[in-house]
Design a protein around this ligand. Structure first.
Ligand SMILES: Nc1ncnc2c1ncn2[C@@H]1O[C@H](COP(=O)(O)OP(=O)(O)OP(=O)(O)O)[C@@H](O)[C@H]1O
Ligand SMILES: [Mg+2]
Length: 263
């Protein structure tokens, strides 16, 4: 087995007295598409936030290809090659869709330098515009590219979030419920786009509740329950995993299901 692209070691995170993540450890191999599952409130978004520098970790380590990134600020983690999307993307009111996409070209600084009047940045701005144009097209946002980003529908904001993450050309892309609230046609386009990115070498970690999506896209699943990892298995093995059943149904309910199956 090759060395992991991402190594999460004993990560812990609490908000006040609420211990949201405890002793969370797992590895992601290059080229994998891993689903991150768990009931509402189990800590999935918090885990993404800690890995990508949006929340400070209390304990543990996060390594990207062996390099410690667990205490870097978010923009340096992006620069190191980790992209992410948000469960509920917030968009600025006064920027158009294409401007938001261009502003995410963090490696080039072209858009911001142009705003600040630096003539040397023209080539970088052109490159960012070309890349944003192509990605908006790929994710079907060309018809709305000049609208205010805040005016997009919930599903379109999700798509723009993916465009923004891709503008940083990540090696590892972490998506928080990318298809929630997205029309089934668009969902299929997202599935196709993610598979294509993976074929091109991108590693993906995807928080999802939709089991069809998980079965269609993911080669492995990691399951969180109340801040602990309780399973790492293939999608087809989820339904027969006792700890996964307990996480989703509760101890008593899982027991009842077993009894009914036995009767
Ligand atoms: N910034 C915060 N401040 C305080 N508590 C927080 C914060 N962020 C998350 N939490 C708490 O952490 C717990 C886990 O939340 P999180 O959003 O990570 O769950 P989740 O698994 O993503 O759930 P869902 O499937 O509903 O999105 C919840 O109890 C939540 O209230
Ligand atoms: Mg969440």
């Amino acid at each position: 087995m090759s060395s992991p692209i991402l190594d999460v070691k004993s990560v812990a995170k609490a908000f006040g007295g609420n211990q949201v993540l405890q002793d969370v450890s797992f590895s992601i191999q290059p080229g994998e598409i891993v689903g991150l599952l768990g009931p509402n409130g189990s800590g999935k978004s918090t885990l993404l936030n800690t890995i990508t520098g949006f929340e400070a970790i209390d304990a543990g380590q996060v390594l990207l290809q062996g390099r410690a990134i667990g205490r870097l600020p978010a923009h340096r983690i992006v620069a190191a090659g980790v992209g992410r999307t948000f469960q509920l993307p917030a968009m600025p009111k006064k920027m158009s869709v294409i401007e938001v996409a261009m502003a995410a070209a963090t490696t080039q600084h072209g858009f911001w330098a142009t705003l600040l009047g630096s003539p040397a940045s023209k080539a970088a701005e052109t490159a960012a515009r070309e890349k944003a144009t192509a990605l908006l097209d790929e994710l079907l946002l060309t018809p709305v590219r000049d609208l205010p980003a805040a005016a997009l529908s919930g599903g379109q904001k999700k798509l723009l979030g993916i465009v923004c993450a891709l503008m940083g050309e990540p090696r590892l892309l972490m998506l928080d419920e990318p298809t929630a609230g997205v029309h089934p046609n668009l969902r299929n386009d997202i599935v196709a786009a993610l598979k294509r990115l993976n074929r091109q070498g991108m590693t993906l970690v995807i928080v999802e509740h939709d089991m069809h999506f998980i079965r269609e896209v993911c080669s492995r699943c990691i399951v969180l329950d109340r801040g602990h990892i309780v399973a790492s298995c293939k999608p087809a093995e989820l339904a027969s995993n006792e700890r996964v059943l307990q996480a989703y149904l509760g101890g008593g309910a899982a027991h009842t299901v077993k009894q009914k199956e036995a009767a």
